[in-house]
Design a protein around this ligand. Structure first.
Ligand code: NAI
Length: 241
C-alpha cells in the first residue's frame, strides 16, 4: 500500500515500541521518516536501516521532546533536511507510577513534561510549517487511562487526559488551514513500557479487553495509518480508543 506516498512524517520517541512500529508502517506506505528519541543509539541506527529498505528517505535525531528549545532546533534541522512535514506523531512518553500518597513532585513534573509538554513543544514548532503548507495531520498518543483514569497513575492519566483537551482545542484552531489533529488512546500494548507489570495486573487488563488479549505495537501503527492518510481528510478533533 502507498497511502502516504510523497508525505514526510515526524515521529517522536520512535527508537522502540509503538513509535518504531509507526515509523515502519508509515515507511512501508511510502512516507519519508524523521524520527526522534532521547539518544541516537544502536536502536536508532538499526531502525534507520530498516526504514531505508522501503526506499524512502529517513533520518534519526537525538532530541528531548520535553525541552522547548531542543524541539525548536530539531524541527529546524528536520525542515532543512526534508523540506516539509505532513504528519506529526507525538508518541514519546514515560510512566513514573505511584499512589498519590507516595508520588513525589519530581514524578509528577517529569511525566507531565515528557508526556504533555512535549506535545505542546512539537505541535508549536510544526504549526507554522503546516500553516504555510496549508495542510497536515497531527496525531497525539494518549491512552485509555487518560479517558478512564487509573489508580497509581494520577500523573500519567492526567498527562494523557491533557493531551485529549489539547488535541480537541488545536483541531478547532487549525482546521481552517486544513490541519487536522486527532488522538489515539491505546489500551494495553506489549512494549518495554508495560513489560515490568506483574502478571496478575496484566491478566486483569486482559479480562477487560473484548478480544481477551494484549495489543501489539503493530496494532497501534495500523490505526495511526488512517489519521495520517488522506482517507481521514474530514476527521479532526477525535479520540480513537
Ligand atoms: P516505550 O517505553 O517502549 O517507548 C517510548 C520511547 O519514548 C522510548 O524509545 C523512549 O526513549 C522515548 N522517550 C522517552 N522520553 C523521551 C523524551 N523526553 N524525548 C524523546 N523521546 C523520549 O513505550 P511505548 O509503550 O512504545 O509507548 C509509546 C507511547 O504510547 C507513549 O506515549 C505511551 O504513553 C503510549 N501508550 C502506551 C501504551 C502501552 O500499553 N504500551 C498504552 C497507551 C499509550
Amino acid at each position: 500500500m502507498d497511502l502516504l506516498k510523497g508525505k514526510t512524517a515526524i515521529i517522536t520517541g520512535a527508537s522502540r515500541g509503538i513509535g518504531k512500529a509507526i515509523a515502519l508502517k508509515f515507511a512501508e506506505n511510502g512516507a519519508n521518516i524523521a524520527f526522534t528519541d532521547l539518544v541516537y543509539d544502536e536502536n536508532a541506527q538499526n531502525l534507520e536501516k530498516e526504514i531505508a529498505s522501503y526506499g524512502v528517505k529517513v533520518k534519526g535525531y537525538a532530541s528531548n521532546a520535553a525541552n522547548f528549545s531542543d524541539t525548536q532546533n530539531t524541527v529546524n534541522e528536520i525542515i532543512n533536511e526534508f523540506g516539509r512535514v505532513d504528519i506529526l506523531v507525538n508518541n514519546a512518553g514515560i510512566t513514573k507510577d505511584g499512589a498519590l500518597k507516595r508520588m513525589t513532585e519530581e514524578q509528577w513534573d517529569m511525566v507531565l513534561a515528557v508526556n504533555l509538554k512535549s506535545v505542546f513543544n512539537f505541535s508549536k514548532a510544526i504549526q507554522p510549517i503546516m500553516w504555510k503548507q496549508g495542510g497536515g495531520s497531527i496525531i497525539n498518543m494518549s491512552s485509555v487511562v487518560g479517558v478512564s483514569g487509573n489508580a497509581n497513575q494520577a500523573n500519567y492519566a492526567a498527562s494523557k487526559a491533557g493531551i485529549i483537551g489539547f488535541t480537541k482545542s488545536i483541531a478547532q484552531e487549525l482546521g481552517v488551514r486544513n490541519i487536522r489533529c486527532n488522538a489515539v488512546a491505546p489500551g494495553f500494548i506489549e512494549t518495554e513500557m508495560t513489560a515490568q507489570l506483574p502478571d496478575e495486573i496484566k491478566q486483569g487488563w486482559i479480562n477487560d479487553i473484548p478480544l481477551r488479549r494484549t495489543g501489539k505495537p503493530e496494532d497501534v501503527a495500523n490505526l495511526c495509518l488512517f489519521p495520517a492518510s488522506d482517507l481521514s481528510s474530514f476527521i479532526s478533533g477525535q479520540v480513537i480508543n
